[in-house]
Design a protein around this ligand. Structure first.
Ligand code: SF4
Length: 461
C-alpha cells in the first residue's frame, strides 16, 4: 500500500494545484492547511528553543494535523502517511529542519513517522522512492507547471482584487479558476486551454482602475513572504483592505535563484573534471530554460497581464554594489536586488520586507537596505513576524503606507493635469474605451501606480 503524501507550506493556489497534479499521477496526496498561530504554539512546545519561526510553524503544522488524525481515530498513522518537505536552503537554520522534525515527532509519540526532507545536496530520487514516489520526468515537469500556474494566478489575483467594483467577484473568479485547473491537472490534461478559459472568465470581473492606490511589494525571507497565514499576519490580504495593491513574489523566482547559485558553485568547485562540470551546468541551464518557457507560455495565455519573471543574473549584478552575490543564506542578494529593482523600474511605491523573528540572513540584508533607502530615497519598511506582535508590525507598515498613498495620489493628480484629463474628459474616454472596466485590461507599465497607467491608456499617451 502506497502511503498518503502530506505536504504544504506554499500558498493555497500552489498547494491545491500540486495536490491535483500528484493525484493525476496516481498518488494519494494531501496538502496541509496554512500554518496558523496554533501550529506555531505546538512547534514551540516540541522543538528546540532558539529556532527561527518557520521551523515552529512548519513542524507545528504537521504535528497539529497528526494530532487531529489521532483524535479522530485514524490508526496506523506512521505507516499510512509520509511528510515530504524541503530540507535545506543554505547555511542558515533551515538546514536544521529535518532534525527538528525528527525530534518533535518522537516527543509527540510518532517515533516512526517518515519525513522525506528534499535536500538539494542529496539525491531527490532516492529519498522519494523510499516514500513510494517515482520522480519521473513527466511528474517533475507537471509539478513545475503547477508551481508556475500558482504563481501566475496569485499575481493576477492581486492585480485585480484591489480594483474590483463588486466585492467578492475576484475571489469567485479565483475559486472557479482553481477548480477548473485542478480538474485539468487531476485528469492529466494540458492546462493551457484552461488558462485561456480562465483569462476569458476574468473579463466578467468589473474593475475601476482609476482608483489611485500605492503598489506594495512584499519581499523578505522565503517562508514569511510566501505564506498566506499567521506567519506573515496575512499581509497581502490586509494590504488590500488598507487600500493598497500588493505585489507578491513568484515561487519560481526562488527556484531560478537556487539554480543560479548552484551554477556559481559548480563553476568554482575544485572537484570534478571539466566534462562533469559542463554536464552539471547544462542540466541547470535546462531547468532554468524550462521554468522560463512555462512561465512565458502560461503568462501569454493570461494576456501577459501577470508580472514578467526576473533574471537572477541581472538581479545579482544590480545588487552587487551593495551585496556580494556569493553571500549565501536565506534569500542571499535577492532581497536587496528586489528593492533596487522595484524603485529603479518604478514597479512599486513601497517595499515591505517580512522576516521571521530571529532570521539571521534577512537581518543581514536589512543592514544593507538602510543604505539602499538612503541612495534611492525609497519607501521601505522591514518587519519581524513573531506571531504575537501583529499590531506593532502593522502600525509600522501603516505609517509608510500613508506616505506611499500620498505619493501615489500626487502622481495621479499631476498626470491628469499634464495629460489634460478633466473629470468630463475621463468619462468621455471611458465610454470610448469600455475595455478599461474589465479586469482583463492590460495597461502600459509606465508607473508603479495602476491608476496612473490607466490615465496613460485612456489618453493614448
Ligand atoms: S532564512 Fe532565516 S528564517 Fe529562513 S530558515 Fe534561514 S534563518 Fe530561518
Amino acid at each position: 500500500m502506497r502511503p498518503v503524501l502530506l505536504f504544504g507550506g506554499l500558498t493555497e493556489a500552489h498547494d491545491r494545484l500540486l495536490e491535483a497534479t500528484l493525484r493525476g499521477f496516481g498518488y494519494e496526496a494531501r496538502r496541509l492547511p496554512t500554518p496558523d498561530n496554533e501550529a506555531l504554539r505546538i512547534g514551540k512546545e516540541y522543538c528546540n528553543r532558539g529556532e527561527c519561526n518557520p521551523v515552529y510553524y512548519t513542524v507545528g503544522n504537521l504535528l497539529k494535523f497528526l494530532f487531529e488524525l489521532r483524535e479522530s481515530g485514524v490508526d496506523r498513522i506512521e505507516e499510512r502517511f509520509v511528510f515530504v518537505t524541503v530540507g535545506s536552503c543554505g547555511p542558515c537554520r533551515f538546514g536544521m529542519y529535518e532534525t527538528e522534525y525528527r525530534k518533535a515527532l518522537r516527543e509527540a509519540g510518532f517515533e516512526n513517522f517518515k519525513v522525506v526532507a528534499l535536500d538539494q545536496g542529496r539525491a531527490l530520487t532516492e529519498e522519494l522512492e523510499e516514500a513510494g514516489v517515482r520522480l519521473t520526468r513527466p511528474l517533475v515537469l507537471a509539478l513545475l507547471k503547477a508551481v508556475v500556474i500558482g504563481d501566475l494566478l496569485n499575481d493576477l489575483y492581486y492585480r485585480v482584487k484591489p480594483y474590483e467594483v463588486e466585492k467578492g467577484d475576484t475571489d469567485r473568479w479565483r475559486e472557479q479558476s482553481l477548480q477548473k485547473l485542478e480538474g485539468a491537472l487531476r485528469a492529466g490534461r494540458d492546462p493551457l486551454p484552461v488558462l485561456k478559459e480562465v483569462w476569458r472568465d476574468l473579463s466578467e470581473v468589473e474593475v475601476d482602475l482609476l482608483r489611485p492606490k500605492p503598489r506594495v511589494k512584499i519581499i523578505g525571507e522565503f517562508f514569511a513572504q510566501t505564506t498566506e497565514g499567521d506567519g506573515n499576519y496575512r499581509l497581502a490580504r490586509w494590504l488590500v483592505e488598507e487600500g493598497a495593491e500588493p505585489s507578491v513574489e513568484p515561487v519560481v523566482g526562488w527556484i531560478l535563484y537556487l539554480v543560479h547559485q548552484k551554477a556559481l558553485e559548480v563553476r568554482i568547485d575544485p572537484e570534478g573534471s571539466k566534462l562533469q562540470k559542463l554536464t552539471r551546468l547544462a542540466k541547470l541551464k535546462l531547468l532554468d530554460l524550462l521554468v522560463r518557457f512555462y512561465y512565458a507560455r502560461f503568462r501569454r495565455a493570461l494576456g501577459n497581464k501577470p508580472s514578467p519573471l526576473k533574471d537572477p543574473a541581472k538581479l545579482a549584478k544590480l545588487a552587487a554594489p551593495y551585496y556580494h552575490p556569493r553571500l549565501v543564506g536565506g534569500e542571499g542578494f535577492l532581497e536587496v536586488a528586489k528593492h533596487l529593482e522595484a524603485f529603479g523600474n518604478r514597479s512599486a511605491d513601497l517595499v515591505v520586507s517580512v522576516k521571521p523573528f530571529g532570521c539571521m540572513p534577512s537581518t543581514q540584508s536589512d543592514g544593507v537596505q538602510a543604505k539602499v533607502v538612503e541612495d534611492l530615497g525609497s519607501l521601505f519598511v522591514s518587519v519581524e513576524t513573531s506571531g504575537d506582535a501583529e499590531a506593532n508590525a502593522k502600525s509600522r507598515i501603516l505609517m509608510k503606507l500613508y506616505e506611499a498613498r500620498e505619493r501615489a495620489l500626487a502622481e495621479f493628480e499631476e498626470t491628469k493635469r499634464r495629460l489634460g484629463l478633466t473629470e468630463g474628459r475621463i468619462s468621455e474616454l471611458l465610454k470610448r474605451k469600455p475595455e478599461l472596466r474589465r479586469a482583463t485590461a492590460v495597461l502600459p507599465e509606465r508607473s508603479s501606480v495602476t491608476a496612473v497607467n490607466a490615465l496613460y491608456y485612456l489618453a493614448g499617451a
